[in-house]
Design a protein around this ligand. Structure first.
Ligand SMILES: Cc1cc2nc3c(=O)[nH]c(=O)nc-3n(C[C@H](O)[C@H](O)[C@H](O)COP(=O)(O)OP(=O)(O)OC[C@H]3O[C@@H](n4cnc5c(N)ncnc54)[C@H](O)[C@@H]3O)c2cc1C
Ligand code: SF4
Length: 335
């Protein structure tokens, strides 16, 4: 049985108190939300010694879902299960509600929060293992070693960002509000991530993600698709979101595709607009979108399954996402 190491647990009642506690620990403490990612990683000793966990559970105001004007406001502490069922989310973007509903399992969605999903640690075949297993290989760049087993000559950890909801939210041009020792700031969600799998979040010590703001744009449509081996409970092995903005008659005026599970940072393909602009969605265009995503993305062997097969699956999922945006087609996140 894997045991948790000893740590102090603090449950502040305000963001100010939480930021203060985190700042005092100078980056050594960890934020605890639902714990569905953090606790397994602590059991695997991925972060070494962690003296303190700062729980966000008692902080009022992080659990809100509301619409303010043309924005959907989603608190970082909202449970994925609530987002999946939220009428406000469903009305704004039905595919976004479906995306939340296909993350992990009902039990995990009842614990896991939006903030935790946005800040999910990167994953890799060589790191999400016991310390004993990892030691046999001499560790790696992400913990206790100086080599990457995925790209042996590489100097960068290419562990995969394997969260689903940020892929859909980035496609919708969502922003994140962050609070920290130096006050509040706002980033485009896409800017929250960098390509270093050891620490892929552009957050300073003591900073906390507070909420996500999703613009509600008329004639904006979202599709999201993921592929994993076991449908009931599994991380995605590829995922892709496609967002189009159209005229009233369905002509595409703007488009973007966002792809996850490649490296540590979601890949934003805004150049897809060039093949979509001025067209209405059709089977031919969906085929071209699948081919375009395939040509731009090369998965590496950082998560299970053959990376060349994953690339083929990505093409298929991008095409299916596009097909589901044809008028009258049902939205679906998985086969
Ligand atoms: C079996 C299994 C299957 C899974 N399948 C999927 C899947 O299909 N798709 C998917 O997307 N995810 C999947 N997950 C991951 C799970 O959905 C995420 O772990 C969950 O969203 C994390 O939320 P949490 O509240 O539990 O975060 P925690 O585990 O509490 O935290 C995760 C990380 O985020 C940080 N953090 C949390 N909140 C904040 C905040 N507000 N500001 C800054 N940092 C913060 C924590 O410090 C920690 O590093 C799976 C997990 C398991 C165990
Ligand atoms: S990508 Fe390389 S450095 Fe990163 S976790 Fe995997 S093996 Fe380690």
């Amino acid at each position: 049985m894997l045991r948790l190491q000893p740590f102090a647990l603090k449950s502040p009642q305000s963001l100010t108190e939480a930021v203060e506690l985190l700042s005092q620990q100078r980056g050594q403490a960890k934020i605890l939300a639902g714990g569905t990612d953090l606790l397994p990683n602590l059991k695997h000793r991925i972060y070494g010694e962690v003296p303190m966990l700062v729980s966000l559970r008692r902080i009022a105001g992080l659990q809100r879902i509301e619409r303010q004007g043309d924005e959907l406001i989603l608190g970082a502490g909202v449970k994925l299960a609530h987002l999946e069922k939220s009428e406000l989310v469903r009305q704004a973007y039905p595919a976004l509600a479906l995306t939340f509903g296909e993350i992990a399992s009902p039990q995990i969605r009842n614990m896991a929060t939006l903030g935790g999903n946005l800040c999910l640690d990167t994953r890799c075949t060589y790191i999400n293992q016991t310390e004993f297993w990892r030691e046999a290989l001499g560790g790696c760049l992400k913990a206790l070693g100086d080599v990457c087993h995925v790209v042996p000559k590489g100097r960068n950890c290419v562990a995969a960002f394997s969260a689903d909801s940020p892929i859909a939210l980035i496609a919708l041009e969502a922003e994140v509000d962050i609070t920290g020792p130096h006050g509040e700031r706002t980033l485009l969600l896409a800017e929250l991530y960098n390509s270093n799998g050891v620490y892929h979040l552009n957050l300073q010590p003591g900073e906390i993600v507070v909420r996500v703001r999703v613009p509600i744009v008329p004639n904006r449509k979202l599709a999201f698709r993921k592929w994993s081996v076991r449908r009931a409970i599994d991380f995605p092995l590829v995922n892709v979101a496609l967002r189009i903005d159209t005229t009233d008659s369905g002509e595409i005026v703007d488009a973007v595709a966002v792809v996850g599970v490649l490296g540590a940072k979601p890949r934003v393909l805004d150049s897809i607009e060039a093949i979509c602009a001025g067209q209405t969605m059709s089977a031919e265009l969906a085929e071209a979108i699948g081919d375009f995503v395939f040509s731009k993305c090369r998965p590496v062997p950082n998560v299970p399954y053959d990376h060349l097969y994953r690339r083929d699956m990505l093409r298929a999922q991008a095409r299916r996402a596009a097909l589901s945006l044809m008028p009258g087609q049902p939205l679906s996140v998985r086969d």
